[in-house]
Design a protein around this ligand. Structure first.
Ligand SMILES: [Zn+2]
Length: 330
């Protein structure tokens, strides 16, 4: 493949498969878009959306039934044609329905990781390594200092925090993003027998998970009556000071986020922070890039420059994907 003709480009800030009408996770309306998962920074109302059935359901929930355009639900590992491209989706392990995409054209395959998590998951389909010639890799935690402890250990630490709060007669309030993180901790604690209360915003997403076959036992809605002694509350971080939470007079809060490896900076209002992440950490990103067998890697989002430099030190041909690269072609 010629260096000047990468099969992926940034077109006015949007990822696009070069020489095709296919955009990847476009955040502005576009004609034909692969949506890797339903987090807010990856979705918009498009004319044509290609995504897994779970992502389509979560998008409908998030964008409302007013979702215009056509949804093309695609199952994992079922290749299908789109003009001269062959598309195939693989689980990404990030949130329910999250997918990586492999686009093959004239014998060259382009892999797009989307947001990726390689650790075992309780509520999402486990990630697979997607072999490809050219890889577009997310770089959210693309700095060497982002090394997460094993997930089982993080979950145990959260459980200890919950136990300590409950035995002190205080309500533990766990703060995690309403799509993905919240369901993961509810599944873990609910199955361990802890009665849980989900903030209405979380419970609404729980219902979509339930309809997709992911049961969350021991979880009830956090209503106006608040939480009873012995119950655990799960809420989105941005609502930690909302009336529903402030009504719980005796509470102890914990943030659940990969950024907790940076210490408490940024979430000092919480009593604790645990590095429960739904992204791959730095060593996992390096390992993944190697395992795909890709001869060329483009990094996107987050620490793209730094991750590309680290991949080059590992002997891979890697660079951040930047708009100016397209300008150089003109
Ligand atoms: Zn995401």
């Amino acid at each position: 493949m010629r260096a000047a003709n990468p099969p992926i480009e940034l077109s006015k800030g949007q990822l696009k498969v070069t020489g095709s009408g296919l955009f990847l996770d476009a955040h502005r309306r576009a004609a034909c878009v692969f949506v890797s998962h339903a987090h807010g920074d990856h979705i918009a109302r498009h004319d044509r959306t290609i995504a897994t059935p779970a992502t389509v359901a979560l998008m409908r929930h998030r964008l409302g039934e007013r979702v215009r355009g056509e949804a093309l639900p695609a199952a994992y590992r079922q290749p299908f044609g789109l003009s001269d491209l062959t598309l195939e989706l693989f689980p990404a392990g990030h949130v329910l329905g999250s997918a990586q995409l492999r686009v093959t054209r004239r014998g060259v395959s382009l892999g797009y990781s989307g947001d990726l998590c390689l650790e075992p998951t309780l509520t999402a389909e486990p990630a697979e390594v997607m072999g490809c010639d050219v890889l577009v890799l997310e770089s959210t935690f693309g700095l060497p200092r982002y090394v997460f402890p094993p997930k089982a250990e993080v979950l145990l630490r959260i459980r200890r925090f919950v136990d300590d709060a409950l035995s002190a007669g205080v309500t533990p309030v766990l703060l995690g993003y309403s799509l993905g993180k919240a369901q993961e901790i509810l599944k873990y604690l609910g199955e361990a027998g802890y009665p849980c209360r989900a903030h209405p915003m979380v419970q609404a997403v729980n219902r979509v998970y339930g309809a997709q076959g992911v049961e969350l036992p021991n979880v009830r809605l956090l209503g106006p009556d608040g939480a009873a002694p012995g119950e655990v509350v799960v809420a989105p971080p941005h609502l930690s000071r909302s009336a529903a939470i402030l009504r719980i007079r005796r509470r102890r809060t914990a943030m659940l986020t990969g950024w907790a490896v940076d210490g408490r900076r940024g979430f000092r209002s919480a009593d604790a922070a645990f590095p429960l992440s739904d992204h791959a950490d730095f060593p996992a990103l390096l390992r993944y890039a190697r395992d795909t067998g890709a001869g060329r890697v483009f990094t996107v989002h987050g620490y793209a420059r730094e991750l590309a430099a680290a991949l080059r030190r590992e002997g891979l041909r890697a660079e951040p994907l930047e708009e100016r690269e397209q300008l150089e072609l003109l």
